[in-house]
Design a binder for this molecule. Structure first.
Ligand code: CTP
Ligand code: MG
Length: 226
């Protein structure tokens, strides 16, 4: 069992196929660990328990994931994976976080901010950052980016509410949308500009550069030459 906030469990979803990246990005190397290991480590520090949701094939191959208290197989969609993870969280959990394994740079402070907002009474909490690009609608019209926020993970929920939302939502873009569809109010807290989701190989380059900046020399020469 991990050491973080009592009554708080985190589901780390890592069962995707990485079609836009070109391979299972969650298992790419990042320093001496894999992408997923960074995500699990931060979740474990922040929470009482952590569920890793993995591809069934990886489990069948005997994959080892330090920092996970439980391992379950994911589904065909992110919502199905999130539900599989949430279903295995013990009933004693009061707060459940859901975090993308593909966001290895989310900080302990961000986890704490999300947990605090749920503890303070929010049903559902999402970290958000301003949109930096100019945005246009596909019809060509300009969209006012000051009106927009990009949503990150970890997202936090009252446990019972998340369980109910996922049970009644076949597919949602994220867990907060599932919660909203069942009537919950979603509260926003400050996200982090470095908390990118690794989606394409360029994102992994960015994440490696941030880690190099934070801990120069932590990665091997060979990795830098890749
Ligand atoms: N995820 C999951 N189960 C799925 C789909 C996604 O657990 N069926 C996880 C991914 O592993 C990732 C997070 O949800 O950590 C965010 O999803 P995304 O970035 O879309 O990852 P992939 O679905 O793997 O990538 P792609 O959409 O490019 O195939
Ligand atoms: Mg996907």
């Amino acid at each position: 069992m991990t050491s973080g906030a009592k009554g708080v469990w985190c589901v780390v979803v890592a069962a995707g196929s990485g079609s836009r990246f070109g391979t299972h990005k969650q298992f790419e190397s990042l320093g001496s660990q894999r992408v997923i290991d960074h995500s699990l480590r931060t979740a474990a520090e922040a929470c009482e328990g952590v569920v890793a949701v993995l591809p069934a094939a990886a489990i069948a191959e005997g994959i080892v994931v330090p920092d996970a208290d439980l391992v379950v197989a994911g589904g065909d969609t992110r919502t199905a994976s999130s539900q599989a993870g949430t279903d295995s969280v013990p009933d004693s959990a009061e707060v459940i976080l859901v975090h993308d394994a593909a966001r290895p740079l989310a900080s302990p402070e961000l986890f704490a901010r999300v947990v605090s907002a749920v503890r303070a009474g929010a049903d559902a909490v999402v970290p958000v950052v301003p949109v930096v690009d100019s945005i246009r609608h596909v019809n060509g019209s300009v969209v006012d980016r000051d009106e927009l926020r990009a949503v990150q993970t970890p997202q936090g929920f009252r446990a019972a509410l998340l369980r109910e939302a996922l049970a009644s939502t076949p597919e949602a873009t994220d867990d907060a949308q599932a919660a909203e569809l069942t009537g919950a109010a979603v509260q926003m807290v400050d996200g982090e500009p470095t908390n990118v989701k690794i989606t394409t190989p360029a994102d992994l380059l960015f994440v490696r550069a941030v880690l190099d900046e934070r801990a120069p020399g932590a990665r091997t020469h060979d990795e830098r030459a890749e």
